[in-house]
Design a protein around this ligand. Structure first.
Ligand code: TNX
Length: 532
């Protein structure tokens, strides 16, 4: 982190020297005050909205601006408070959140009377007297507020007082998502990330209307969640990470804290316990889980596919029953993810047996099974969700499962994997799925990616971030930005809006916002970032 800050500072200094050198005559004079910028054009938002109709004059925030919410809706009130907390430091305005009627100020209203908006859509109407966000449900208000936020100047993201003016272009936006599942996965197993680091990422995801946080909580290199009935999983299995660092784990209170924080950003947490492979941390913690009764040493390398729970042993299932019971009890979300990928050291027959026994441990807790798409090589239970991480091929078993009701979340590795390197020589990332520049991460359609997959089976998209090569927030951000917003847009915006040349212009406009938020992003040469 510190190293990155230094690089940033050096870059800033270099830019300053250049700027001074460029204008010798004016170098000594005080900088002229910047001309007030025109408001952000109404459609310059990521993900691009369903429809945008610019009209009339902008709304301008001022000393008298209040945030009006419906009386009797604590959830709407919380969205209002969230918006106020975002805007107050930079604008210096009081922005009281007021429950009740009124036609001025920023209005957040429930009861849109527009069924097509669903639970996540919203309408935003902006003009000289008011900017009103209306939705059927609080999640829609929250997403609408993210649009409102992007329509304000990037400097609104600063945490110190800025000069404004604070205008929202006039007109109407009507917007709702293409898919109900729009996720991001963080691998806290290969390197551990703290609650604060996870929350920071959650805040960044919220800006792009991501509604699912998938936490990869266990792998060969670490077990990251306390299980009271098997305490050594966390204390021993979580005691290190890739490269031999100190690792770490979440207490149950930590996990609940993350779940509540995500919920306050209208995000559902999907916890993953990877099985039957990717399990060295568990096998090292409890000898009895191994077929030969001998615990392997804890693992800090980056190989995959070498570990397996012991399929014939009864203890394997009482172990997983305990783990999934405790996980279900602290997870209000619908899904428990049981991994299932890269089980190369489990035979196909054992894999099928194993999945046949483990899926009911999820469903009996009232949860929906989620697993990597290899589960379709066994028999997914009714209602299961398979997460596709292939490369846009012809996975016939996935197609067959989808035809009989398995739903699919799309995470094609050669587009959606945030851990792929952008290019040769990039400082972080892996490259087994090829280099993934920002244009490539955006160049796919979930509905047509896998041949013959029924489009109706696609539940949504997810951008996984595996952490073999990263261990702090700057490095998360370098890999996630600028690719993550493109995956979010593919999940949210209508297919008909998909267009790289207009997308890259809207993406470029996010750069100054990330600068203001302190996000350390990859300055892809393919994006026309504004100078400065
Ligand atoms: C494959 S994708 C994996 C992970 C690695 C990742 C690295 C998947 C389901 N399994 O174990 O971390 O590649 O890109």
């Amino acid at each position: 982190m510190r190293q990155h800050r230094t690089v940033l500072l050096t870059r800033l200094l270099a830019a300053l020297i250049l700027a001074l050198g460029a204008g010798t005559a004016s170098a000594a004079a005080a900088p002229a005050p910047a001309a007030p910028a025109a408001p952000v054009p109404l459609g310059r938002v990521v993900p691009v909205p369903v429809s945008v109709a610019p009209a009339g004059s902008p709304y301008t925030l001022g000393d008298a601006t209040v945030i009006r919410v419906d009386a009797g809706s604590p959830a709407a009130q919380r969205v209002g408070e969230w918006l106020a907390a975002l805007l107050r430091p930079s604008t210096g305005l009081a922005l009281p959140v007021v429950a009740g009627a009124g036609t001025d100020g920023i209005q957040l209203r429930l009861g849109a009377g527009d069924k097509a908006l669903g639970t996540e859509g919203y309408r935003l109407v902006s003009g000289p007297g008011t900017v009103a966000v209306t939705a059927n449900a609080p999640a829609g208000l929250f997403h609408g507020v993210q649009t409102l936020r992007q329509l304000l100047p990037p400097s609104v993201e600063e945490r110190t007082r800025q000069s404004g003016p604070w205008q929202v272009a006039g007109g109407t936006v009507r917007d709702f998502p293409r898919y109900p599942y729009r996720g991001a996965m963080l691998d806290v197993a290969r390197h551990f990330f703290t609650v604060e680091q996870v929350k920071r990422y959650v805040d960044q995801l919220a800006l792009y209307k991501i509604n699912t946080l998938h936490l990869h909580l266990s792998d060969d290199q670490g077990w990251r969640i306390v299980v009271d009935s098997w305490p050594r999983l966390a204390t021993y299995g979580g005691s290190t990470e890739v490269g031999g660092g100190p690792g770490g784990h979440f207490s149950k209170a930590d996990y609940r804290d993350i779940v509540a924080y995500a919920a306050s950003r209208h995000m559902e947490v999907v916890p993953e316990i990877d099985t039957p492979g990717h399990t060295t941390a568990a096998l090292a913690s409890y000898a009895q889980l191994n077929c030969d009764g001998v615990a392997p040493p804890i693992y800090t390398g980056t190989q995959v596919g070498f570990s397996s729970l012991c399929v014939p042993k009864a203890v394997t299932y009482s172990f997983l029953d305990d783990v999934l019971r405790e996980l279900a009890a602290m997870t209000p979300g619908r899904y428990l993810h049981i991994g299932g990928d890269e089980a190369q050291s489990t035979t196909a027959a054992d894999y099928a047996t194993f999945m046949g026994r483990v899926q009911p441990l999820v469903t009996k807790r009232g949860k929906t099974v989620m697993a990597w798409h290899q589960i379709t090589e066994a028999r997914p239970v009714a209602g299961a969700v398979a997460q596709y991480w292939g490369m846009g091929g012809t996975e016939t078993k996935l197609v067959a499962a989808a035809r009989t009701g398995t739903r699919v979340v799309m995470s094609p590795a050669n587009h959606a994997y945030l851990d792929m390197k952008y290019k040769a020589g990039a400082p972080f990332g892996t490259e087994w799925a090829g280099y993934v520049e920002v244009d490539k991460s955006y160049a796919w359609d979930p509905a047509t990616l896998v041949r013959q997959l029924p489009a109706s089976a696609v539940l949504g998209v997810e951008a996984p971030l595996w952490s073999e090569t990263i261990d702090n927030s700057d490095e998360i951000e370098y890999l996630a930005f600028p690719r993550l917003p493109g995956i979010a847009e593919i999940g949210w915006s209508p297919a008909a809006t998909h267009d790289w040349s207009t997308y890259r212009t809207r993406l470029a406009a996010q750069g100054p916002r990330w600068d203001a938020m302190g996000i350390d992003y990859y300055r892809s040469p393919l994006v026309p970032w504004p100078a400065g």
